[in-house]
Design a protein around this ligand. Sequence first.
Ligand code: BG6
Length: 477
Amino acid sequence: IPVDTFDLVLFGATGDLARRKILPSLYRRFVAGQMPEDARVIGAARSEMDDAAFRKLVAEALEEFVSKAKRDKDTIKAFLAQCSYIPIDAMGDGGWKELKASVRDDVVKAFYFSVAPSIFGPLAEKLRSFGIACENSRLVVEKPFGVDLETARKLNTDLAASFDETQIYRIDHFLGKETVQNLMAVRFANVLFEPLWNERYIDHVQITVAETVGVGGRGSYYDKSGAMRDMVQNHLMQLLCLTAMEPPSQFEPDRLRDEKLKVIRALDPVSPKDVVRGQYKAGENPSYVKDAENPDSRTESFIAMKIGISNWRWKHTPFYLRTGKRMTKRMSEIVIQFKETPHSIFERDEGSTANSLTIRLQPDEGIDLSVTIKEPGPGGMRLVNVPLDMSFADALGPDGQEIPDAYERLIMDVIRGNQTLFMRGDEVEAAWAWTDPIIGGWVERGDKPQAYAQGSSGPEEALMLMHRDGRRWRDLE
Ligand code: BG6
């Protein structure tokens, strides 16, 4: 179903994210028939360029980042006809009058800031002072949304000077991932899980986002962030919140975000003994410090932590989080590990018979519930743990309908005016308020990350974080 027609002004249109994600996602929605024929994508950036040069850049991005099956010449040509470009000087006055003349007032106007956060404020101010933004405009901003509580507050204040909170869409692209939304469907559209979703039945939750890539190419950004700011404060925090939150009364933006906020506010401060930081050594690829071009770097490319939530639902159920670069496998999942049965009437073999629910974000998105059954055959009452596996690719049918990229969903939500999958200002601030003392502690203590081998599961100490509690991480193999 096509969305209402729109003018989307993409600031930072020549940048990496625009090329890799935003423009290809718009194109895929165009192919799917969701982008109206008179919708327009207006690229804006500092480079002097005309429409033809911008279209060439877009075409190259599509060639590189869209699968061949979706790229036919005529479709690309039709999409490019809807793209244009205006050179804009974010800090000066160049290009703003042209932009004002070019956007339409009677359609949805979305301004997408795919730029450094330092120019969020100036751009928002220009949009207002040149009379380009209006009450119906929407503003999309990308992470990093600040580097700590103070900078996040400043960004919120700067944006609030020109836009109302109901117009601001802070992207956390993990919220657009199909399985993440499915986590909510599984929890709140089935009667099966909710009665068990608490400390009485859940032993612990583990959330892993493991990547095989390093930080080469973006070392200067990453070295100032580390895994904590780059991944935990936003993506992993969102996964934790959706897993831990109370059922919202409606699937409605503020009801959902209120519940997530309550979780962040209930997080315990994290003690240093519950955090393991790592940094990848040289291996098949250069070391972290080489990638970051900082031989003395103490930034973590891996982090594992144990987090407590002080509320009735979760008081004695720890959440273990880990994420890292250059690990053995690209794999993201949330595992809800249920407790053992209170009493077993069967003779137990080695190993656990406890149920677990795994929400796989990637690869092979899906959900699987492990249940214990009798091993088939005449060998007596032998128990075996088997997965009731629902892979989305299989469930969606033999044609293997492609699961849309998170950005496709999120950009269309902006046009529809649906903020449900976007972070509210107070949520981001609360996440920083929890993160800041942890990072502050490292700086104070001169904390050094542990070295780990490329292609591993991170430092040994991360395994110990769970072993000492009599638990273990899921294998990454
Ligand atoms: C980004 C981080 O927000 O998310 C990157 O800055 C990370 O460091 C990326 O690689 C992971 O996203 P995805 O969608 O590839 O899992």
